[in-house]
Each structure stands twice: as structure tokens, then as C-alpha cells.
Design a protein around this ligand. Sequence first.
Ligand SMILES: [Zn+2]
Length: 360
Amino acid sequence: MNNKTPIIPGTVIIAHDIHATSQDGLDRALDFLAADYDIKDCMKDEYHPHSGYFATLKESVFQNLTKCDFCGHLNTQLACKVHGYSCKNCGKVLYKEYVKGGTIRFSFRNDESMKYVTLYIHSYENDRIICYPKPAKTEAYFSAKNPVQHLEQFKDEYEVVTVDGKRMLSFFYPAKWKKVDRTINMAEVRGAPNTKRQHYRSVCVYKGEVFEDRYELGVKDSFMIYDTFKYAPFKDTGRLHAKIMSMAGQVSRCDYYYQDRRPSFNDTQLGWMKTAVETFTDLPKEEFAYFLQTCRKDGPGFICQLAQFVEKHTKVKQYLENHPDVQEILKEKKVCSYYDIDGVDFIFKMGEIISKKGRN
Ligand SMILES: [Zn+2]
């Protein structure tokens, strides 16, 4: 089951968001969703006010949790990837970052050359990683050429301890972030072969039911609600084709897509554009449906043909956005028009512009 945006009379769904087709529809949607969703009026956003409402499932209805592999208890997800994260019920450790036989790769904070050293992990206790040197190996370019000498150089940054009769190095490295200086910058931590580090599964709980796969949930956890009817039918000021595409969550810049005619839009996305056109524009519905069946589906081709379709019906010239690498030249010479960007014609035109530019 795919996660669905709720279907509410007086609204349509485009690109997973709800667009109201009337004030009634908007009121009904906000009313209906208030039971399960927190709804934020984006016009009241402190930093970036914009139209629409943002709906997210309430915490009382939906939670992200972790399920203990040992006892099945559901723990809150806070910092579950921290070494020593343990089950609130059975107390067993559910996640280990540093395991015996694993490796750490790090550089010393005081080392301006930022050379890396790799050491094997023996154990982790009391905020310290106990390590022993890795046998000599071909070192990468940015690693210390002589790890032993390198470690010697920074001997103030760790303690030398004896564990099981062997000399080991002990680094202060709190698993949970603390307001203290760590003397090393960790670049990579690896587990040991055949050692499981994680003993929990991420789950989500919706209305008391546990889902291991959030796509099984059946409802969307967040989406927008727009008062689109207030602006409909959309006036065409030369960018209606772009508006139709952006509503369907698609970029309307020709250069954004592959230029080799491979299809860039699927039926779902084209269906969203159809809904947008039928609901919020004065463009002829049947002709647009036919257009969608017959038009090119590659990025630049589709955009150009959509612009032509819109232009034909609104009689308003469409302005296409296209910024290939030579965008400055194109902008200057105003050849961003869609009649020029297709295939051979385009290449010739570009050659002409560039050579003219050279002569100037
Ligand atoms: Zn447990």
C-alpha cells in the first residue's frame, strides 16, 4: 500500500499535496485533518511566510520508535545510533559503535597536516576507546607514512595502558556529545566481521499499530494544503506552462533534464499536470488530455511542446527557462526561445552565436 494523502471533497491532490477547489473545500479539509494532524498556517511563518498550510501527523497519533530485538519493547528513538544505547525495558545494549576487532580512522586535532591513522578497537569503556595499532599496510596518500612515529609525535593526546598484558592506547572520546574537547577527529568507524552492532529495528506506530515498513502505513505523515481556488483560473503572464509543471513537482527549466530525448516524466506526474490544468486553468480539457497522450516525454521536448500548447490557447507568449553552460551568451543574445533548443538547429545556432561573440 502506498502512503496516500487523504481524499476530501472540494479538494484535489496534486504531487501529494491538497489543493482546495473552493472555500468550502478548504474549510472541510482543515476541519477534517485537525483530528490527526498538526496544521501550521505558513503565512504566520516567522522567517519565510508563504501561502498554504503544512500538515504533519500529531505525535499522539504517530511516533517513530525503535523495537528491541531481545524483548520487543518499543523505545523512543532519541540518539539510537549512540554507542551504548540500551533498552529501557530489558536493559540490553541495542547499539554499539565501537566493537572489538573493529577499526577507527582518525586524525589528531592538533595535527595541521591532517594525516590519518587507523587503529584496531579493543574495547570501549568510561568514555574511552582502547585501541591497538593495525599491522603495517600500504598506506593511502593522506595517511601517516609511519603510523608509529606519527603516534609518538602526538603522545600527549592519549594514554598508554596495559590490557591483557599488552600495550594499548586509550583515547578520550565520549560517545554522547559533551562540552569537552576531543583530541581526535574521527573520520571513520568500522565494525568487525561477523559482529552485529545494531540490535533494534526502526518502526513507526500509527494509532497504536506498529509498522516495520513505513510505506505500509497507508497515510501520508506530512503534506501541504493550498487555497489554490483563490488564484484560479490562473492568469497567463507567459509562465503558465511553468506553473503547471511546478504544481506537479516538476522543474520547468530545459537544461535541467537529459538532452538525449530519454523520457523524463511518468504517468503519475503527467496525471498531476492534467488535474492542475483541468481544475485551475481555462485550457481545454479534452485537448490537453490528447496532448498528454501524443506529446514528447523527454525534458526539453515536453517543456517546449507544453509551452506551445499553452501559447496556442492563451495567445500569450511563453518564456522558457534554459540555462546550459553557455547561459550567459544565450541570455545576452536572447535565444532561450524554445524554437531553438531542439537538436541540430540548436547546435548550429549556438555555433553561430559563439563565433559572432568571438569576432566582437
Ligand atoms: Zn529489550
